[in-house]
Ligand binder design. Structure first.
Ligand SMILES: Nc1ncnc2c1ncn2[C@@H]1O[C@H](COP(=O)(O)OP(=O)(O)OP(=O)(O)O)[C@@H](O)[C@H]1O
Ligand SMILES: [Mg+2]
Length: 217
């Protein structure tokens, strides 16, 4: 079994707007000797204050880890879930969705790529995957024409790259994944969940990653 190791990244909370315009962030923590996960106290506090809102910050060290994270989440999502992704070009949104597709049971023969020209790709699976990419979206009216509600009311899971372009059209219950480039292979991944099921998913992921043992331990 391929094991992946994440650690919580010590980054400050910031709005999507700030994050999108801000410079690439250097690592704020020195690399830990052990890559075993350590609970984020900030996230624990939030959990107490907002039982249906949760946040988890991780550092991924390879594209494979980002995919593995997507797969773990895909295995837990239910039909009708929405996963919104933000982060600059090449940050790893599609890599994450590739993993998510595997978690939803999309066959390996389907190569998941950004639907840049068709706006939306659909993949059959145990739970179908709808993959939108709003990078080229210029008009809000364009987004209204997509008919997001139909996808959210379907039996599939919907993912949206460049979701920050359509924030005002998104439902309140979603999983928001923000990916920041911090090095050629290093990414800070902030996961925010709203809604009972999404919060449960994040809690399961946190516990699962905490349970992963560090290499050599
Ligand atoms: N830790 C990592 N997580 C994700 N991708 C990584 C990581 N390290 C290296 N990479 C590489 O970064 C690139 C991410 O590309 P990807 O297409 O997923 O980005 P994207 O956010 O979807 O970009 P775009 O906005 O252009 O669609 C890939 O080439 C991947 O191999
Ligand atoms: Mg992409």
């Amino acid at each position: 079994m391929v094991r992946v190791y994440f650690r919580f990244a010590n980054v400050k909370e910031e709005s999507h707007e700030t994050a999108r315009r801000g410079p690439l962030k250097p690592l704020l923590t020195s690399p830990q000797k052990s890559r075993k996960l350590v609970p984020s106290h900030r996230s624990e506090k939030q959990e107490i204050q907002h039982p249906l809102k949760k946040r988890l910050v991780l550092e991924s060290h390879t594209a494979g880890q980002t995919k593995k994270l997507g797969k773990l989440i895909g295995q837990l999502l239910k039909p009708g879930s929405l996963v919104a992704l933000s982060g600059e070009l090449g940050s790893g949104k599609t890599e994450f969705i590739r993993g998510l597709a595997r978690g939803l049971g999309v066959d390996k023969s389907y190569y998941v790529s950004s639907p840049s020209f068709v706006l939306i790709n659909e993949y059959p699976g145990r739970i179908p995957l709808y993959h939108l990419d709003l990078y080229r979206l210029s008009q809000y009216r364009d987004f209204e024409e997509i008919g997001l509600e139909d996808y959210l009311n379907s039996n599939g899971v919907t993912t949206i790259e460049w979701a920050e372009k359509a924030t005002r059209f998104l439902p309140s219950e979603l999983m928001w994944i923000d990916i920041r480039w911090v090095g050629p292979k290093s990414r800070h991944i902030t996961l925010r969940a709203t809604g009972r099921h999404n919060v449960q998913v994040l809690e399961i992921i946190r516990k699962k990653l905490e349970g992963e043992k560090s290499p050599g331990k």
